[in-house]
Design a protein around this ligand. Structure first.
Ligand code: SF4
Length: 337
């Protein structure tokens, strides 16, 4: 039986203080914020997560979605995935995000899982979730059995000799394409971190997955206003049509003006150790006339650095086709008015 302390603070300062106090009092202590619990509780049952302190942040008022002055959208950290997917503004202006959310998990999980929890969900690598196996992400230096073992669903981009695990989020891929910013409250300040800079590559410390500091609390995610005439979407390819993680996915947002692509944003899921934005492919698209040949070239650029594992070489072609099919879909109807 693993025991832990459970805190339910009534304001943000108290939540951060509770988390920070535990870290200060016990070197290396594990603190976890609890919202939907769809990852944390699962991993606690498996013995993968063994926090000393849990801080419940559900009552702190981060459950709203509001338009900001500059036309963007501020999404509270504890907004449920289902509520975000069904939001009218998200459906109208952030189509890739609503499609990504609806492609994720199951209705039950979407009704419980939250914005910040989705960003922070852990990999589905089978060895990570099995405490009888070594795993550098759970215990740095213990080894990575996936490299020579079961790796069909794992990453082909951003891998290291220590870890090849895929980031599992769909939502984060769409948010990355929209150049979202994460608002974080720490013990001494509030800061905004571009999602592009939020996740770390595994390197030799795959256990450190993002740039959050001990005690940091995500309070919201900001989505910038969208350009007029933008078309956006999310395409997810997986082993079965629902309740399954991506083998490869893509989120894209494009504007076509006067027969040319005026702007493009493109990110990949299911293939990277973090949600994977492909700026080089975006550059290859801009200024060009849309068409399948161009999209093939952009897909080649996006996957140029892919390094397949023993079981997942098929992901390179799958991700290429995913990018091409999505861009074909978004541009097939011609220019938006
Ligand atoms: Fe652990 Fe990463 Fe290796 Fe999976 S791929 S066993 S998560 S170190």
């Amino acid at each position: 039986m693993h025991s832990f302390s459970f805190n339910r603070p009534t304001d943000v300062a108290a939540a951060i203080a509770a988390a920070s106090a535990t870290v200060t009092a016990q070197q290396g202590a594990t603190v976890r914020y609890l919202a939907g619990g769809t990852t944390l509780v699962d991993l606690m049952k498996l013995g993968v997560e063994r926090p000393e302190t849990i801080v419940d942040v559900r009552g702190l008022g981060f459950d709203t979605i509001r338009e900001d002055e500059d036309g963007g959208l501020e999404v509270g950290a504890t907004v449920r995935n289902a509520d975000l997917a069904r939001n009218d503004i998200v459906g109208a202006n952030y189509r890739a995000l609503s499609e990504a959310l609806m492609a994720g998990a199951s209705p039950q999980l979407r009704n419980a899982a939250t914005t910040a929890g989705n960003l922070l969900q852990r990999t589905r690598c089978v060895y990570f979730r099995d405490v009888a196996s070594p795993c550098n992400k759970r215990l740095p230096g213990s080894g990575c059995p996936a490299i020579k073992g079961t790796n069909r669903t794992l990453a082909i981009l951003g891998t290291s000799r220590s870890c090849i695990a895929t980031h599992p989020s769909d939502m984060a891929v769409a948010m990355l394409a929209y150049e979202a910013t994460v608002t974080v409250r720490g013990a001494n300040n509030e800061r905004r971190i571009p999602l592009m800079d939020f996740y770390r590559l595994p390197g030799d410390r795959p256990d450190i997955e993002n740039v959050l500091q001990p005690g940091d609390l995500i309070t919201s995610v900001k989505l910038p206003a969208r350009p007029q005439g933008e078309r956006a979407g999310y395409l997810k390819l997986r082993d079965r049509a629902s309740y399954e993680f991506a083998l490869a996915s893509a989120a894209a947002a494009v504007v076509v003006k006067n027969g040319r692509i005026a702007s493009a944003r493109l990110a990949l899921g299911g293939v990277g150790t973090r949600p994977w934005r492909v700026v080089g492919a975006e550059k290859a698209l801009v200024g060009q006339a849309p068409g399948t040949e161009l999209f093939r070239h952009a897909a080649d650029v996006a996957l140029a650095r892919a390094e397949p594992q023993s079981e997942n070489g098929f992901k390179i072609e799958l991700a290429r086709r995913c990018v091409i099919a999505l861009l074909d879909r978004l541009t097939a109807a011609g220019e938006a008015q």
